[in-house]
Design a protein around this ligand. Structure first.
Ligand code: SF4
Length: 222
């Protein structure tokens, strides 16, 4: 079984086990980008609280842009790395206003996916994961964000090598994922990582993928 076939098998098996997640539809791209910047190295709960506090204090992006950096940092401190995230957000908004004279990213809908990725990752603080999450969730593009669950499971299942970085996985995994399946495969791997293939003690006895798992083979050898 080659890597394409293996990815297809895993995708099918997870859909059978967990269902087929469907993309909810277009979101505001700039909102999604800023929410994703806030989500770096924090929990979903803290990210959401930080985002709500930011929007309550500064209801428009223009107000965030014009605000004192310390005030923004104080508002989002619950998400951690407040100074760095404030700098990323304010620098991006400032650049967007200077270049496009609009605080919106809706023009990304007219860009090719590769161009849109390049466009976003040229900015300090916006890496391939943040750009991929934005393009996947806000625009429904065929990109594959790799978070900690996905990196771990992909290594255990041998879809990528053990020493593959998250950045490299963003380039390698989309090549082998079945066409049209990036979104459901992404979501199902996250659910699977939370429910079964968790980091510390994976529930291998409940897993339908043992036959294809390097981790399982290594850890059940007598
Ligand atoms: S066999 Fe265990 S380690 Fe392998 S994918 Fe399944 S739960 Fe994860």
């Amino acid at each position: 079984m080659n890597l394409h076939q293996k990815a297809q098998y895993i995708s099918d098996t997870l859909e059978h086990l967990l269902g087929i997640p469907t993309w909810d539809g277009t979101e505001d791209i700039l909102e999604c980008l800023i929410l994703t910047i806030l989500s770096q190295n924090t929990t979903d709960v803290s990210r959401d609280k930080g985002y709500i506090q930011l929007r309550e204090k500064f209801p428009t992006w223009e107000e965030v842009l014009q605000a004192d950096a310390n005030a923004v940092e104080e508002t989002i401190k619950i998400v951690g790395l407040g100074k760095q995230k404030t700098e990323t957000i304010k620098n991006f908004l400032s650049w967007l206003k200077a270049e496009y004279n609009v605080l919106s990213l809706e023009f990304i809908h007219d860009m090719q996916t590769e161009d849109a990725l390049e466009f976003l990752i040229q900015h300090k603080g916006i890496g391939i994961k943040t750009a991929s999450v934005t393009l996947s969730f806000a625009c429904g593009r065929e990109v594959f964000p790799v978070d900690t669950h996905i990196l771990r499971i992909s290594k255990r299942l041998g879809l990528i090598t053990q020493n593959c970085s998250a950045e490299k996985a963003h380039l390698e995994l989309p090549i082998i994922i079945p066409k049209g399946k990036t979104y459901p495969f992404h979501m199902n791997l996250i659910y699977f990582g939370r429910q079964i293939c968790n980091a510390r003690k994976p529930l291998c006895e409940k897993c339908p993928l043992t036959q294809h798992c390097l981790y399982y083979k290594e850890n059940t050898q007598t």
